[in-house]
Write a protein that binds this ligand. Structure first.
Ligand code: GDP
Ligand code: CA
Length: 313
C-alpha cells in the first residue's frame, strides 16, 4: 500500500489526481487543497479549487474549461445580471447548488473540511479531499492597480496585471484542517501537484506548520513542473515567474521547490535542463511526458511520479 498526499490547486492538480486515483486505490489518496482563491459572491461562499478537484474526480467537470459542471446553464446568472447584480464570476445554475449547500452549512457553524467530506461522500468519491485549513485564508495580489482580491485579479481582470507581490491574508493564524497533519505524516509519498507555484502551492504552504512539515519530510516529496517549454499549460504561472524576477522555465520552478522536494519531475520537452536543475538544486530530476491530454497520459504521469518518488536509488 502506498499512501499519497497531494498538495493541490485547481485544474492542474485535478488532472493529476484523476490519473492518480486510477493507478492506486482512491482511499489511499488525500488531496490537500488550496483555499486562497475562496471568496464570497452574492452572499455565497465559493471554493473554486475544492470544487474543481471534486467535480473532476466525480467525472462531473466541464471538459472544455476544466472547471465547473458539464452541461451547465446560466439562467440564474443572466437574471442576476438583469437585476444589476454581480455577473462577472461564472456561477452556473447547477453549480449554484454546491454553493448554497456549502454556505448554508458554514452559516450553521460547520467547518469547511466536514462539509467537503460530506459533499465528496455524496458524490461517491473514496479519496479524501480536504481544504488545507478551515480558517479564513485569502490570496491578495499586488499589482500596479494596488492590491487586488484574488478573483478580482484572476477572473474580473483576467490575470492581465503584472504581479509584483503576493500575500496570504489570514496565514498568520490559519491552522491546518484536522486531517492535514496526519495525512502528511502518514503519507509514503507527498506530491506537489503541477499547479501554479505562487497561486496554488504557496498559499497552502503558508498555513501554520505546513511548510515545515513538508520540508521535514523532504525525502518523500516529489514535485511535478507545471511549466513546459517555458510556458504554463494554462494560466498565469509563466507571467508571474517573469514579473517576480524568476527564470521563466522549469528551472525557475525547481529553484522554488528545492527546499521542499527531493525529486523533480520535468517534462520531456525540457530534458536539456535536467542536469542544470539537478546540479543547482540538489533534487533528483526525472524526465517524462507531463502533458495530461487524456486519461492514459494522466495515469502514466501519476505512475511515473510515484515510481520516481519511491525509487530510492
Ligand atoms: P487553477 O487553480 O485552476 O489555476 O489550477 P492549478 O494551479 O492546479 O493549475 C494551473 C497550473 O497547472 C498551470 O501552471 C498549468 O501550467 C499547469 N498544468 C495544467 N495542465 C497541465 C498538464 O497537463 N501538465 C503539466 N505539467 N502542467 C499542467
Ligand atoms: Ca485556483
Amino acid at each position: 500500500m502506498t499512501r499519497v498526499a497531494v498538495l493541490a490547486g485547481g485544474v492542474g492538480a485535478a488532472r493529476f489526481l484523476d490519473g492518480l486515483v486510477r493507478v492506486i486505490p482512491p482511499a489511499d489518496v488525500t488531496a490537500i487543497v488550496n483555499v486562497g482563491d475562496d471568496m464570497e459572491w452574492a452572499g455565497l461562499h465559493i471554493s473554486p479549487d475544492l470544487d474543481t478537484v471534486t467535480y473532476t474526480l466525480a467525472d462531473l467537470v466541464n471538459p472544455e474549461t476544466g472547471w465547473g459542471l458539464r452541461g451547465e446553464s446560466r439562467r440564474t446568472l443572466d437574471r442576476l445580471s438583469e437585476l444589476g447584480g454581480p455577473d462577472w464570476f461564472m456561477i452556473g445554475d447547477l453549480d449554484l447548488a454546491t454553493h448554497l449547500y456549502r454556505t448554508d452549512r458554514l452559516s450553521a457553524g460547520d467547518p469547511l473540511s466536514e462539509i467537503t467530506r460530506d459533499l465528496t461522500a455524496r458524490l461517491g468519491l473514496e479519496c479524501v479531499i480536504t481544504p488545507v485549513t478551515d480558517d479564513r485564508l485569502r490570496t491578495v495580489v499586488g499589482t500596479d492597480q494596488g492590491e487586488l482580491a484574488f478573483q478580482d485579479y484572476f477572473v474580473r481582470r483576467r490575470a492581465s496585471d503584472p504581479v509584483h507581490a503576493l500575500r496570504f491574508d489570514g496565514a498568520e493564524t490559519a491552522r491546518p484542517a484536522p486531517i492535514v497533519k496526519h495525512a502528511l505524516a502518514e503519507a509514503d509519498v507527498i506530491v506537489v501537484a503541477p499547479s501554479n507555484p505562487f497561486l496554488s502551492i504557496d498559499p497552502l504552504l503558508s498555513v501554520r506548520g505546513v511548510r515545515e512539515q513538508v520540508t521535514s519530510n523532504r525525502a518523500k516529496v516529489v514535485a511535478v513542473s507545471p511549466i513546459i517549454g517555458g510556458q504554463a499549460v494554462k494560466g498565469p504561472a509563466a507571467d508571474i515567474l517573469q514579473s517576480l524576477g524568476h527564470d521563466v522555465s522549469a528551472l525557475g520552478v525547481a529553484r522554488l521547490y528545492e527546499d521542499l522536494a527531493k525529486v523533480f519531475v520535468l517534462d520531456e520537452t525540457d530534458a536539456a535542463l535536467a542536469d542544470v536543475i539537478a546540479a543547482e538544486t540538489g533534487m533528483r530530476v526525472v524526465v517524462m511526458p507531463t502533458l495530461m491530454t487524456d486519461v492514459e497520459a494522466k495515469m502514466a504521469l501519476a505512475r511515473g511520479t510515484l515510481e520516481a518518488a519511491l525509487d530510492v536509488a
